[in-house]
Design a binder for this molecule. Structure first.
Ligand code: DCP
Ligand code: MG
Length: 598
């Protein structure tokens, strides 16, 4: 292990422990609590002072009163001794309480800001980052900063005061003995530094391993249905076992480091005390030193090690807090790509006249997935988008809902370029039912009301009735108040879809976007959904990515997309007559539906 550690120490260039720019930004969160910081600082002085007073009182008791047989004096010092510890108790409490208050409140407001910022960031941000990593910013990284504020900073101040105080008092009491006692300091410091570096690496390793355990766990839990259906349980268990084992090993390495170094530090401490005993004792015998001073020195030296070790820790704490700060502020600095430009307008309600003008777009600007798209939907028209997988259908509606902005060309709604409309105004009038229906944990009612919180129960029920969801909701154990489970796991796919229709209908949007699910449902539900859909689309401009023949056939316009271009457009009959890609798709995809009676 020794060699291993050494080999890396040259290369290791960990994050900085102090970055003035980051600290300045962090201060914005800390400074508002300055009153509590002030209180904690006063308490800190009390803690440090009472810590320093103890050994000195011992010296006074031994030299001044015990040596002279002054009982009254001894009583007084004994009382004072316990008093200093009471003061220490109260002040420690105050110090910890006030700094925890500051730390926790900083954590609270950092998390609040981070969360609301994350909510505003666009799809582009989330496209490139795993959810686990983002979650870790809001939980672990914020925690690291809180730890620095609650524990680290104040302790550092009191450690420095205590250390400085001890050194000064020792030097003042007896310079020579003090210098002799300090002989062990270089060894102690060296050990502390080596220890600190090793432990830091060991714990970094532990953190990486536990993150792996979490990631594996998370993936396995979300994918448990797939895993079981592919009988992957054993294989997954093996993989989990591996990461779990690595975590165990990393923890054992860290633990064994601790178990080696802690006693070593104690040993060096004992060497220091034996030096005082030996050198001081000789002076006592020679009559040049009092017993009380030797006792005080031993007592001071015993109080020396803990602050020293704590100070070794503070470096780590600061380092991880700085790293955390950097990551958190990097997120906060990420501007939402989709924002209101200055002078953006809110024309109130839209009619729903949509036009794409020469729109070119790529998730990566260098690789367009849509080329020169032109299309128009008049208010109330139903536009169906069909085409092979990966053609760019979802991308078109992503642009219409302004989840992304196109690189070239523009999208116009009622004569307004989308980028000139207030985002909120646009999104309020667009209803989206996505390919994979997302329900939130909560009740059926919560989910229907998701986009219109002030809807009354009557409105909710009316919407559910309109899409034909009322019947099955009524039959559920608690009706509209039945919890749907995480992501709606307690519902069938068809039910989830109907609820999402009700959700969209309640919102009453002018423009409706529907990324139809491919999943097949039973014939009865199919009819139910079909009817719901007709109801939903009534009187709205709609864009439908359709997999159901009936939806496509009833469309006013069908756009056939292939490789990011509109290759055909027209009505069902026109396109069939043309005998192009649509006719092919129809043969492959829709024909059997027709036979099946749809
Ligand atoms: N794409 C991408 N980054 C994303 C999403 C998609 O690079 N965040 C790519 C993958 C495809 C292309 O864009 O090559 C078009 O993807 P669409 O999702 O628009 O494709 P469709 O919706 O037409 O396909 P499907 O019918 O499978 O839903
Ligand atoms: Mg799609």
């Amino acid at each position: 292990m020794g060699f291993h550690g050494h080999g890396h120490s040259m290369l290791e260039d960990g994050p900085v422990a102090y970055d003035s720019e980051l600290v300045r930004r962090l201060m914005k969160y800390v400074v508002p609590h300055w009153r509590y910081i002030l209180l904690a600082s006063i308490m800190t002085l009390g803690v440090a002072g009472s810590n320093l007073a103890g050994p000195y009182l011992l010296k006074v008791a031994i030299d001044r009163y015990i040596a002279t047989g002054n009982l009254w004096g001894l009583n007084g010092v004994a009382a004072l001794y316990i008093l200093t510890h009471l003061v220490n108790w109260v002040c420690s409490y105050g110090q910890t309480y006030y700094m925890s208050w500051v730390g926790q409140n900083t954590l609270y407001s950092l998390r609040r800001d981070l969360f609301s910022h994350l909510q505003r960031l666009g799809f582009k941000f989330y496209d490139s980052r795993p959810a686990g990593v983002i979650m870790s910013r809001v939980t672990n990284d914020v925690q690291a900063i809180q730890e620095l504020i609650s524990g680290g900073l104040v302790h550092m101040i009191s450690d420095v005061i205590v250390l400085g105080g001890i050194v000064t008092i020792m030097l003042l009491m007896n310079t020579r003995l003090a210098l002799v006692s300090f002989l062990v300091l270089p060894f102690l410091t060296y050990t502390a530094i080596v220890f600190r570096n090793r432990v830091r690496r060991a714990y970094r390793d532990v953190r990486v391993k536990i993150a792996n355990v979490n990631a594996t766990l998370q993936e396995s839990i979300s994918g448990v249905r797939v895993a079981q259906s592919f009988v992957r349980e054993d294989l997954n268990a093996q993989r989990f076992d591996q990461t779990n084992l690595e975590n165990l090993q990393a923890n054992m390495r860290a633990a064994s480091l601790f178990s080696v170094f802690m006693p070593l530090v104690d040993c060096i401490g004992a060497a220091g005390i034996s030096l005082i005993l030996w050198y001081g004792g000789r002076q006592v015998m020679a009559g040049t030193l009092t017993v009380g001073v030797v006792e005080a020195f031993i007592s001071y030296l015993e109080r020396f090690y803990r602050p020293l070790q704590d100070l070794g820790q503070i470096y780590n704490t600061m380092q991880s807090a700085m790293a955390a700060c950097e990551k958190i502020f990097a997120i906060m600095d990420t501007e939402p790509e989709i924002t209101d430009r200055p002078g953006a307008v809110d024309p109130g309600s839209l009619k729903g006249h949509v036009r794409f003008e020469n729109v070119t777009f790529g998730y990566d600007p260098d690789r367009p997935v849509l080329h020169d798209i032109n299309l128009e939907a008049l208010p109330g028209e139903r536009v169906a988008l069909v085409g092979p997988t990966g053609a760019g259908k979802t991308s078109i509606i992503n642009l219409l809902a302004r989840f992304y902005d196109p690189q070239r060309g523009r999208i116009v709604v009622d004569g307004h370029d989308l980028r000139d409309l207030k985002v909120e105004c646009l999104r309020k009038q667009i209803g989206i039912v996505l390919q994979d229906t997302f329900l939130f944990s909560g009740t059926v009612k919560d989910n229907i009301k998701y986009g219109k919180l002030d809807a009354t129960d009557e409105e909710v029920i009316a919407a559910a009735k309109a899409v034909g969801a009322h019947e099955f909701i009524e039959k559920m154990p608690q009706g509209y108040d039945t919890p749907v489970g995480e992501r709606g796991a307690m519902l069938s796919i068809g039910q989830r879809q109907l609820i999402s229709f009700a959700r969209a209908l309640l919102r009453d949007p002018r423009i409706l976007i529907l990324d139809e699910a491919t999943s097949s449902v039973d014939a009865y539900t199919e009819v139910l959904i079909q009817r719901a859909l007709e109801k939903l689309l009534e009187g709205r401009t709609s864009f439908i990515i359709a997999h159901r023949l009936s939806t496509v056939r009833n469309a006013d316009k069908i756009l056939v997309i292939d490789q990011g271009r509109i290759v055909e457009r027209g009505t069902h009959a026109e396109l069939l007559a043309r005998g192009g890609l649509y006719a092919q798709l129809y043969e492959m995809q829709f024909r059997y539906q027709e036979v099946a009676g749809n």
